[in-house]
Design a protein around this ligand. Structure first.
Ligand SMILES: [Zn+2]
Length: 658
């Protein structure tokens, strides 16, 4: 009898726990997986296809040429030779593999899968018996490369041992999801089990200098259900800022900045941090990891911290292109309002990290302001990172160029590759995952966040809904959505009304439109105009939906002049131009060779004209005033027609530049 009661109590406890588990299992809002969304537009689809056909094979080839792949073969005893390259080169291979896995989910390709399996067998060979994987050490443990540390994990601030494997976990999970094969996943699990055995409370302490393993561990937790990976992610986050740094910093050391606590967001415990400081990519990966852990554990201290830091970035440290991390030195965030244009660093990876982070904040809070930032970053400071051809890249993304300063690692234009190849390989994995940012759902609510022509199959609580979105965004703002529920039923569709369409370029006072928006967005449901009741950036449509219901959204796209907060010194007296989600720039080639001596008078009239043959097909803006003419193109498309001057911000009045 006692046993029976005991069993009932245990069962009830289990029910309570799993019920809570259901609610708290992960983000309250879920993205519609990218495998359920088919993009078929003229803007993003060609880019995703170029990524698949050009960028991914190109990046793999570069990894072969630069010894990145041979490093695995050497560590596995499959070939002889020394470690070649930097200690974080393993991560580049993992990131391309993650991108290839996403592509395989969308477009099965036996040849690519074979290539991946072959690569995985090399990685398996490179893994030591206990699970350790870091070719930089395994090839010749007596002589590890600069920064790797003498012994395993002895130099975590610089070694990237944990960073590399974080990328491996992400890639392995992606490959498992794409193919159902566990050949890569088992390598990742074996490694994560070793890390768990070594690190933790009452075990070895420490944290990675470059965050990433936290995100990877949460993905491993999601796919395996094993909580120890989640705990380990939280452990690494909570280790930051716990210790007083006793190490002496030598200014003559090549690593003098790179080992500073502020640089790696370890100046304070993560929950006490209030501002974005240090290396911008590390920061956004950390905030994303904190969001992931908090989504599952409901750790409010984490959420409060990243909310505070977000306010700091959005109101003081964000470029109009969505770029972040203004300082070249340390690839870092600057002080509040420190947003120079010509020397803006704005690493492509930081833009990608900004998208990761803002997407997660949306999934936590359900507010469209995060998607406003995500969209701005996506169409501007992120997309500029890769050429239209798919095989040239920007590492930094400045907002001004004199055509001479070699801002892009020794070049004035995009380059095929970098010694530190984080940006090209991040593009590889980001683009094929783009469909997951368009739609989301929660219970019986569907969120439409991005306007990209596509079809989606969305499973909500009580129904399955097929959505067809037709649009020529970002070139115009006409959006038609056909709603096809499997059975007629009641649910809610929330449609994002972008901040820029309501007179707010960003959710802060950092930038504002000079001219007020006159024409308001319009929304029709089955031809009936709907009131513009906007809550958290969404218009909500609640009704019994039937097959073939049609939503039409019209977002007027006037040419908008933007001014910056008065404390942004570099933008004073200047304006930038935006139309729809796109920020524009002026290039010398369109403007008689020079733009840095030009200005945009307030009464200059701009017209828009679509040029199908130019730069993959773009809207060009043509401004004319008293015989003066200025031509602007979307910022993302700059630097495709030779080297020359470029500016996003131009003065409103003629003045002498110093
Ligand atoms: Zn990068």
């Amino acid at each position: 009898m006692k046993i029976k009661i005991f069993s009932i109590i245990i069962f009830l406890l289990f029910l309570i726990l799993t019920c809570n588990g259901e609610i708290h299992k992960d983000y309250p809002i879920k993205p519609v997986p990218f495998t359920k969304v088919k993009i078929n537009d003229n803007f993003w689809l060609p880019r995703i296809e170029t990524n698949l056909k050009v960028t991914i094979p190109f990046a793999f080839k570069k990894c072969e040429e630069t010894g990145r792949i041979d490093n695995f073969a050497k560590a596995g005893g499959l070939m002889k030779g020394k470690f070649v390259g930097r200690r974080y080169n393993d991560s580049d291979v993992f990131k391309i593999m993650e991108g290839a896995a996403y592509s395989l989910s969308l477009y099965p390709d036996p040849e690519l899968e074979k290539y991946m399996d072959n690569l995985i067998s090399k990685i398996e060979a490179a893994q030591e018996d206990d699970g350790y994987l870091y070719t930089a050490r395994t090839i010749d443990p007596e002589n590890p490369p600069l920064g790797a540390g003498k012994e395993r994990w002895s130099n975590l601030g610089l070694s990237h041992e944990l960073y590399n494997v974080g990328h491996m976990y992400e890639a392995a999970v992606a490959y498992y999801m794409a193919t159902g094969k566990n050949n890569f996943l088992k390598i990742a699990i074996k490694n994560a089990d070793l890390i768990y055995k070594v690190f933790g409370p009452n075990k070895r302490h420490g944290y990675p200098g470059h965050q990433e393993i936290e995100i990877g561990l949460v993905k491993l937790y999601r796919v395996t259900g094993n909580e120890k990976y989640l705990k380990l992610a939280k452990f690494f986050l909570d280790e930051r800022g716990k210790y007083k740094f006793k190490r002496k910093f030598s200014t003559s050391s090549p690593f003098s900045i790179y080992n500073q606590p502020w640089y790696m967001q370890a100046h304070k415990p993560v929950i006490e941090q209030t501002k974005a400081i240090g290396h911008a990519v590390r920061a956004t990966y950390m905030y994303s990891g904190m969001a992931d852990v908090a989504a599952i554990t409901r750790d409010n201290a984490y959420i409060n911290a990243i909310d505070r830091i977000w306010e700091n970035v959005i109101s003081k440290k964000l470029y109009i292109t969505g770029g972040i991390g203004s300082r070249r030195e340390g690839e870092a965030f600057g002080e509040d309002y420190e947003l120079p244009n010509a020397t803006a660093y704005n690493e492509t990876c930081a833009a990608i990290g900004n998208v990761f982070w803002n997407h997660r904040l949306f999934l936590l809070h359900g507010d469209a302001k995060y998607i406003d930032v995500l969209e701005r970053t996506l169409y501007n400071g992120l997309l500029s990172g890769v050429s239209l051809s798919g095989d040239r890249f920007f590492y930094p993304n400045p907002l001004e160029s004199d055509g001479k300063y070699k801002f892009n690692q020794g070049e004035v234009t995009r380059k095929p590759w970098f010694d530190c190849a984080c940006c090209p390989t991040n593009i590889c994995r980001f683009l094929p995952s783009l469909p997951k940012y368009i739609y989301a759902y929660r219970d019986n609510i569907i969120y439409i966040n991005l306007f990209i022509q596509s079809e989606a199959n969305i499973k909500i609580k009580d129904n399955k809904v097929h959505l067809i979105q037709e649009t020529n965004y970002p070139w115009n703002g006409m959006i038609k959505i056909i709603v096809n529920p499997e059975i007629p039923s009641d649910f809610e569709i929330k449609i994002r009304i972008p901040g820029w369409a309501l007179g707010k370029p960003v959710p802060s006072d950092l930038y504002s439109f000079l001219n007020q928006v006159i024409e308001k967005p319009k929304l029709r449901l089955n031809t009936l105009i709907q009131p513009l009741n906007i809550n958290k950036g969404y218009i909500s449509l609640k009704k019994r939906w039937n097959k073939g219901d049609i939503i039409e959204l019209i977002l007027p796209m006037p040419i908008q002049r933007i001014i910056a907060h008065e404390k942004v010194r570099d933008d004073q007296g200047k304006i930038a131009i935006q139309r729809g989600p796109l920020v524009y720039c002026f290039e010398g080639i369109d403007n008689r060779g020079k733009v840095l001596n030009r200005f945009i008078p307030d009464n200059m009239n701009f017209k828009v004209k679509f040029h199908p043959e130019l730069l993959g097909g773009i809207n060009v803006l043509i401004g004319e005033h008293k015989g003066e003419k200025l031509i602007a193109i979307p910022y993302y498309a700059w630097s495709h027609r030779g080297v020359g001057e470029m500016a996003v911000w131009l003065p409103r009045k003629k003045y002498k530049r110093n």
